[in-house]
Design a protein around this ligand. Sequence first.
Ligand SMILES: O=C(O)CCC(=O)C(=O)O
Ligand SMILES: [Fe+2]
Length: 589
Amino acid sequence: MQTAQTPSVVSNPPEPPTQSLPRGALLVENFLSEREERSLLAAVAQLGDEQWQRLAHRRVCHFGYVFNYLTRTFESERLGNLPRWTDRVVERIQRVQSVVEQIKSAGPEADSRLAVEAAVLRCMHSELSKDELHCSRTAATHEPVVRFGGWSDVLMAPPNDVTELAAAMQRGGSVQPAFDQLTINEYECGVGLRAHVDTHSSFWGAIASVSLGSSCAFEFRRDAVHTKHASDPIQHVVFVPRCSLLIMDGESRYAWNHFIPMRKNDYGADGRELINRGTRISLTFRHVRHSRQCDCKWVAFCDSQSDTPKGSGGDYKSASSKMIEAARQKHRSELSEQLRSGHLRLEEHFVHKAYESIAPHFDDTRFAIWPRVRRFLSLLDKDACCIDIGCGNGKHLGEMAGHVFKFGCDACPTLMSITRSKIQLAQLGVALAENLPFRNQSFDGAICIAVLHHLSSASARLAALREMARVLTIGGKGIVYVWAREQEHEHKTIDRWIALSDLGVDGAENNDYLAPWLVHVGAREDWKARALELGGEWDHTRRGVKVYRYYHLFEGDELVSLVQSLGNVRVCSSFYERSNWGCVFERVY
Ligand SMILES: O=C(O)CCC(=O)C(=O)O
Ligand SMILES: [Fe+2]
């Protein structure tokens, strides 16, 4: 699996848990006995290799309906029932849900935290008293602990005999609808889960997740713009132990992002002791929403209700929500399909077309020069010839001293014309880095900044470097920068990106990602319109037009090894700097 890829350089220090939960979430510790855990793990171990789908960092297995990670929806074809070996655990989840429902229906302070916790605890105790469970729970530490993210702490009297309540509900048939979709996730130690809200239009009601084999920290986040009061929390971190049940319902399910940080240990519930992670298996039960239309009140997070999300500035109001939604779904499934069948060439769509669609907005944001690049440019001799390969909006050409003969090329025609309008004394042309239209040994200096990571095969990346070396004079120097797999702020980057291997794209490498560029809601109208027209999609949560760009992230010494493999260059220096790898080299023959 993914252990080999687990970044060792990245430090992602654990945060002590707040042990609080957003409204509507419920954590029941010791929901399963260890014996039950063992038997569930044994059942999972029996699954055949062919039943698992390998994603970038974990593997998953679906029952009932397959979940498609590109479209973020379930596939319509039903696969059959959930496995029988989950029956007992599902029954117990439903019993807990029934108890919570009963308390909530009791009055205005319905989901009082303490009332729900007390009632669920009693329900768990009644479960515990069953012989089979009892004998495997010996130590006092195996007592269930219940945490609920309720509206208030007002203690309402819980029903006196919850056991009776549960029994009565059982007699009247389960009041809880059956789960019809199960995803089994297997996370190796160190692997996390990117922040997301489970698609509203795909699943309705509560989502229940049972943890087996290892604990992990579970985080909930939301944007401050979605809080009513400045003091409302925007983050909860909860330690989820093995054998526990986590239910996400109501606000916690519809209006909070949840994720599992990528790291190898977490603070336990006491916030003091670091607990190492092992391999965690989660069983996540959901209800498929066949209508594919959600009408919840958390409109800002709802993919079904795409009339302008609150505060988004009124853009695109004219288009009906259904049309936007339909177009978006169609776009995503087509993308998934085309990518899988190889019709959509990665670079064509996610590099060339993507840059065309964001070019004016991209230009507006790109002006800073990295210190090492500035230094490289400042050391160019008088009358030197220097080429900027993948010059984008020409910001580096503008930095080159007046006495340098400047050349620039880029694959994006619109960026080239933007550069042309700004940089007067330069020779500019549209060209691919792998095929430079220059004679051998034409340049004393060459820079190639943030370009190689857009080439989708190792051979193309090598070809581009070979071209760079070819056009350099003997003794000429080059500098290369690429995005690193070792991102400094993973929750803002990799955790939000789409791993190509999650999409089932043949030949996708492990470090291949689609990273969104956002033409935000405040950007110029024509920039947003251009991005939408050229394939971008409206993102409700982040409020803007989202355009995915393809990246191959370089890991460890990958860049320097590639440079060294050219044979005719000497590496002068290599470095890691703010989520990028860089290398300066000199052509030696
Ligand atoms: O592993 C878990 O407990 C959560 C999984 C999850 O959030 C999901 O599959 O959407
Ligand atoms: Fe989820």
